[in-house]
Design a protein around this ligand. Structure first.
Ligand SMILES: *Cc1c(COP(=O)(O)O)cnc(C)c1O
Length: 368
């Protein structure tokens, strides 16, 4: 493809079959566990046309080579497996709870040691990364919405000899490309914005380093943490409209953030797009948009927050995020959520509905 196309064009056109007479416009999922001998495909755990198309598209967007996985967690666990036994990982204080729980399990079993730091506190991260094998970053963080200084942390990680990983799920490759900011590996829960329709669980890893790519691919084929062809195809099908979905969801999020800020029941709005947000300047410097996730707090009223989540009619009370449907939940309803996340914090994943309908429903739920 032409190298200087806009990402919103690349997301539509990358990963397509060659334009020859009778060729289909897109790859199809091939349902075969094995292939006739003599070629390079071999077996269904090693490759699939639908994976390749999805991976080519994601790789083009992130500026590297992609590998798709059975879930975001399968991708995360495979990346963590690169850390040598007894190695040290610096991880965020706040991040996706499943990743933090997986690291805790590995620490408990003696596989590695984990140091947790506030990733928005650059000095703290720089001090902690000495002697680390891996620096795991999420930005913005789930669900605290903190923003890490990615270029500074990537440089500090490399100076310490650590592999720098960024979970780019919240930003998506259309708003932030961590490899271009210095990261070695990008990880996605493609379940979220990339697939975008709350109908598939899927993960991905992208790197521009061929040795890291080969090490991760080897683990995927030996552990078997592969998606089915249909899942990868659904991921690609969803990804094609990411630019359009994100544009609407993001403008809805900005509209709602302003409204929520002025709402008497809401004590805090966490959204990097707000000029007074602590992460605003950093996000403006390293992202091309502020995304479609925000979090609110209700002045310590956890029961009230739970009631709000149970009182919406349009907003879906469910976990997960990044779908076309607006969703909300009180994160501390999950026992594994980090205890420093406030009990009354509600995470809002803003969808593509009409903003007035979203506001009317939230406003009525905030009155319950
Ligand atoms: C959901 C999520 C994950 C885990 O991905 P799954 O696809 O659910 O396995 C990892 N990181 C972030 C930021 C997430 O939101």
């Amino acid at each position: 493809m032409t190298p200087d196309l806009d990402p919103s064009t690349v997301v539509v056109h990358a990963g397509r079959p060659e334009r020859v007479p009778n060729a289909p416009l897109g790859e199809s999922p091939v349902f075969s566990s094995t292939y006739i001998a003599g070629g390079d495909r071999g077996y269904g755990r090693f490759g699939n046309d639908a994976w390749t198309a999805f991976e080519e598209t994601l790789g083009a967007l992130e500026g590297g080579r992609a590998l798709t996985f059975a879930s975001g967690m399968a991708a995360a666990a495979t990346v963590c497996d690169l850390v040598p036994v007894g190695g040290r990982v610096v991880a965020p204080q706040h991040a996706y709870s499943g990743v933090l729980a997986m690291l805790d399990q590995q620490a408990e079993s003696g596989r590695l040691t984990v140091v947790r730091v506030d990733v928005s506190d650059t000095e703290r991260v720089v001090a902690a990364v000495a002697g680390a094998d891996m620096l795991w970053i999420e930005s913005p963080t789930n669900p605290a919405m903190e923003v890490a200084d990615l270029p500074a942390l990537a440089a500090a990680g490399h100076a310490a000899g650590a592999t720098v990983v960024v979970d780019n799920t919240f930003a998506t490759p259309l708003l932030q490309q961590p490899l271009s900011l210095g990261a070695d590996i990008v990880m996605h829960s493609a379940t979220k914005f990339i697939a975008g329709h709350s109908d598939v669980v899927l993960g991905a890893v992208i790197t521009a380093n061929d040795d890291l790519w080969a090490a991760i691919e080897l683990r995927r084929r030996s552990v078997g943490s592969i998606p089915g062809p249909m899942e990868a195809w659904l991921g690609l099908r969803g990804l094609r409209t990411l630019a359009l979905r994100l544009e609407r969801a993001q403008s809805n999020a900005a509209f709602l953030a302003d409204r929520l800020l002025a709402h008497p029941r809401v004590s805090r709005v966490r959204y990097p797009g707000l000029p007074d947000d602590p992460g605003h300047a950093r996000a403006a410097a390293q992202m091309s948009g502020f995304g479609a996730i925000l979090a609110i707090e209700l002045g310590g009223d956890a029961e009230g927050a739970q009631r709000v989540c149970e009182s919406t009619r349009l907003w879906v009370h469910a976990t997960s995020l990044g779908g076309v449907e607006s969703m909300l939940e009180r994160r501390r309803r999950w026992p594994i959520e980090v205890p420093t996340i406030p009990e009354d914090l509600i995470r809002l994943s803003v969808g593509i509905e009409h903003p007035d309908d979203l506001w009317a429903d939230l406003d009525q739920a905030l009155k319950v």
